[in-house]
Write a protein that binds this ligand. Structure first.
Ligand code: SF4
Length: 133
């Protein structure tokens, strides 16, 4: 008998999230890749979106360029944190829409690497059964 959760979680309500275990990912619709992803310049370099020289660039100017390229949807100046853009359906622009897999997995940012160890509800994730597309 399957030990998968019976119900889909509501990503906006962490009380509905399920205790994370690696096996869930294979059956999930990658809902974690619809949550806002905050990144730093070092992440952007690792993702191949900017080069090493960007470390010395004024973050506000960098944010403007990234927004123009459609890569970020928000910039928080005080913490120099960029929020990655999402598609109309809420999913990250780096998520393959059919396979529901990260297209930059090897270079994914720290926020994604550390999910769900850290995040809105550490140790829990917004599991949703995989949909046919
Ligand atoms: S960068 Fe990759 S792992 Fe992170 S949210 Fe986007 S698709 Fe998911």
């Amino acid at each position: 008998m399957s030990d998968l959760p019976r119900h889909d979680a509501d990503p906006d309500n962490t009380l509905t999230w399920v205790k994370y275990r690696a096996r869930l990912c294979r059956h999930c619709d990658a809902v974690c890749c619809t949550l806002p992803v905050e990144v730093k310049v070092c992440d952007l370099i690792g993702m191949g979106l900017v080069n090493d020289f960007s470390r010395d660039e004024e973050p506000r100017l960098l944010a403007r360029q990234l927004a123009k390229r459609g890569l970020i949807e928000h910039f928080h100046a005080r913490s120099a944190t960029f929020t990655l853009s999402r598609r109309a359906d809420g999913s990250c622009i780096f998520l393959d829409q059919v396979e529901r897999r990260c297209t930059i997995y090897a270079g994914r940012p720290a926020t994604c690497r550390n999910h769900p160890t850290i995040g809105p509800r550490p140790g829990y994730c917004p599991f949703r059964h995989r949909r046919q597309r």
